[in-house]
Design a protein around this ligand. Structure first.
Ligand SMILES: [Zn+2]
Length: 295
């Protein structure tokens, strides 16, 4: 491979020292020798066109979401727990939150139901428009496009920092938009997890150019410390699927009569339909951090 590809510094710890990890989808992925973070050597100049209609609906390009709102349903419990935790960190009160990479506003709607005021930023034009049609306050663009004189009590970034071209600069901006002691919640793939290390190139979350940075707990902790945050907690969130959701998904993938029959049967017993099954490969991390004081 071309040595010039090795010039990019680690997006987490800024180290210049790295090795070639894998080539995938025509992109070279490097591994930081200091913190283990994986990153694309040559990110595309403009990533906004990845996040058009096909990304949030239809998955026609072979990646993205089949239907964003439906596909996020297994995260409902994780998202609700996040809202509870940020309320606790906000001395038990609700407040104002900013959701980065808000997509069509699934999390914002949920947070508002739990008493928070929300504002969102979304790079995908169609997704942002869908959010506005739901009555949500949504800016099209990145965190740097936000024109808000107000400060927030919490910033959330679910499945988004791995997409950013310059995560350090986006996190600095997030810190600037937070009140002192405000909370930041991140969910992102964990490149240091057992599953990721086991699967290497075949890890299903290794998808450039959609995902550009794959942090480790060590790398992300350092990046957060350097951008004005203290990490409060890091854990692996588990998705939980209802039986009804699983059958719906199977029916969508394979139009088999069997799934239809089972789905109809299960729906006759609402309590059975709502039975939840947890799945946790441990290859995502949920990070809760607090904005350091300005001193
Ligand atoms: Zn690093």
């Amino acid at each position: 491979m071309n040595q010039t590809h090795l010039k990019r510094n680690c997006p987490a710890c800024n180290s210049e020292s790295n090795t070639f990890f894998a080539e995938k989808n025509g992109f070279n992925i490097l591994k930081c020798a200091m913190c283990g973070t994986l990153f694309v050597s040559n990110p595309p100049a403009d990533t906004a066109d990845i996040y058009g209609n096909n990304y949030f609906w239809g998955a026609a390009e072979g990646f993205g979401y089949v239907d964003y709102d439906t596909d996020k349903a297994p995260m409902k419990k994780v998202f609700e727990d996040c809202v509870k935790q940020i309320s606790e960190m906000n001395t038990g009160r609700t407040g104002k939150l900013l959701d980065i990479g808000a997509a069509t506003g699934y999390f914002m709607t949920l947070a508002e139901k739990l008493g928070w005021k929300s504002e969102g930023v979304e790079i995908g034009k169609e997704a942002a428009e869908a959010g506005r049609k739901k009555g949500l306050k949504m800016t099209t663009g990145t965190i740097h496009d936000l024109k808000s004189p107000e400060k927030f009590d919490a910033v959330t970034m679910f499945d988004v920092v791995e997409h950013m071209k310059d995560t350090r600069s986006d996190l600095k901006k997030a810190r600037a938009l937070l009140k002192e002691g405000g909370s930041l919640v991140i969910i992102t793939p964990d490149a240091g997890s057992f599953y990721a290390r086991l699967l290497k190139k075949r890890w299903h979350l290794l998808v450039p150019p959609e995902h550009l940075s794959y942090f480790t707990r060590r790398g992300l902790t350092q990046l957060l410390n350097e951008t004005g945050f203290d990490v409060v907690q890091m854990k692996a969130p588990g998705k939980s699927f209802t039986l009804e959701y699983i059958l719906h998904t199977l029916l969508r993938w394979q139009k088999l009569r069997l799934w239809k029959i089972l789905l109809n049967l299960v729906n006759k017993f609402p309590r059975l339909a709502k039975v939840r099954l947890s799945v946790n490969f441990g290859d995502n991390m949920l990070v809760l951090a607090k904005a350091k004081s300005d001193l």
